[in-house]
Design a protein around this ligand. Structure first.
Ligand SMILES: NC(=O)c1ccc[n+]([C@@H]2O[C@H](COP(=O)([O-])OP(=O)(O)OC[C@H]3O[C@@H](n4cnc5c(N)ncnc54)[C@H](OP(=O)(O)O)[C@@H]3O)[C@@H](O)[C@H]2O)c1
Ligand SMILES: *[C@@H]1O[C@H](CO)[C@@H](O)[C@H](O)[C@H]1NC(C)=O
Length: 349
């Protein structure tokens, strides 16, 4: 059934009959190149532990992606460095084979890793990602960081504008329908827009109640760019196996708003992003929470409620790769005691 963001009529009826799952119809945002992006994406980074990045076992992630498609997710966020591209692609391809969706119904975002920043490396890197996913194009290809690294992770001085030429090349050749960046600061984004031949459609940055990103959101709006918000739950959930200071799932200000709309506090935080024109990227591999996180399109926060949540802002980042802080294109504020940084301590790569 064309025109329906949810499953085909057959798929939808069988899904509803078998499990009582309703498929949420997710709204879409128009990008500055005319293409459409679903307003929420499933995050697919599984985190890292002592052994490096956490990998899916027994096709768990492919099954999560298939369940997510049944529930209404139409946008998936992955990256070469997450090592989840294979199973994201597998889940999508299986649903296409089942006839539940067509390739056009889903929006796939992946990202270029820092060790492939030379212009001529970009098409090769994207082809590797596409091979892993079993797809012949991505909807959005992002430069993961402005930071170029050599194979041995020493700093490379390749300018992110050279890398951007490579992203422009893959859009022109059709391997990516749209291109954008992640983890650029405002000055870097301004320079990119000034010097680019193809304007980025999106910037992906950390957005949650403690890191509200007002300047980037405002600037992106003025340039008709979409902001994609990563780690959307911030301090509401455990990070690096720890609880951090900041609003929790039972935070009274969030509970008050949540009870008014008969929603949970994680839903309120996701809706806060949607209402600020941010596309949230919640990660969950749990069926109940997958459903909870997408069930945010039947209510809307009032301006004073948005502002109440904005007041949690205290400039906390959970992704703070201070081991790169002496790189010429390091985007964030440098910290004095990088050894105290949990991101650094728990990361092994
Ligand atoms: N561009 C970048 O540099 C960058 C950096 C970081 C992340 N990202 C992207 O952003 C995505 C999300 O970021 P993230 O994983 O850091 O953080 P997140 O989505 O804010 O948090 C994920 C955690 O929250 C739990 N959770 C999910 N829904 C919940 C709910 N309704 N109630 C309670 N707990 C819930 C998940 O557990 P369960 O799975 O058990 O539900 C998981 O432990 C990533 O997967 C990745 O795609 C991008
Ligand atoms: C509140 O939300 C729950 C869970 O979505 C639902 O089962 C219940 O019917 C809702 N209650 C009202 C009064 O809308």
């Amino acid at each position: 059934m064309a025109g329906n963001g949810c499953s085909s009529l057959f798929g939808l009826l069988s899904v509803m009959a078998l499990s009582g799952i309703m498929c949420v119809e997710v709204p879409k945002l128009k990008l500055n190149n005319g293409k459409l992006m679903p307003a929420i994406a499933l995050g697919t980074y599984l985190g890292f532990d002592q052994g490096g990045v956490v990998k899916s076992v027994n096709k768990q992630l492919a099954n999560v992606v298939m369940n997510a498609i049944d529930i209404g997710y139409r946008h998936f966020d992955t990256a070469a460095i997450y090592e989840t591209e294979e199973e994201v692609g597998e889940g999508i391809r299986k649903k296409i084979e089942e006839g539940a969706i067509t390739r056009d119904d889903v929006f796939v975002t992946t990202k270029l890793w820092n060790t492939q920043h030379k212009r001529e490396q970009v098409p090769l890197a994207l082809k590797q990602s596409l091979n892993k996913m079993g797809l012949n194009y991505v909807d959005l290809y992002l430069m993961h960081w402005p930071i170029g690294l050599n194979d041995d992770y020493t700093f490379s001085d390749v300018d992110f504008m050279e890398t951007w030429r490579g992203l422009e090349d893959v859009q022109k050749s059709g391997l990516a329908k749209s291109i954008g960046v992640s983890n650029f600061n405002l000055d870097q984004l301004r320079r990119l827009i000034k010097e680019a031949s193809i304007k980025p459609v999106a910037i992906q940055v950390e957005v949650h109640p403690q890191m509200i990103q007002s300047e980037i959101i405002e600037y992106a709006k003025s340039e008709s760019m979409v902001v994609m918000g990563y780690s959307p739950f911030g301090s509401l959930v455990m990070r690096y196996g720890m609880q951090f200071p900041g609003p929790k799932i039972d935070e009274p200000i969030l509970v008050e708003i949540a009870s008014k709309y008969n929603k949970t506090t994680p839903q309120v935080v996701l809706r806060w992003q949607v209402d600020r024109n941010v596309v949230p990227l919640p990660k969950s591999t749990n069926l109940k929470r997958l459903k909870e996180n997408i069930d945010i399109f039947d209510f809307k926060l009032e301006q004073y409620e948005i502002e109440k949540i904005n007041q949690f802002h205290n400039n906390v980042r959970y992704t703070l790769p201070s081991f790169w802080q002496n790189h010429p294109y390091y985007p964030f504020e440098k910290i004095d005691n990088p050894q105290d940084n949990p991101f650094l301590n728990k990361r092994k790569q």
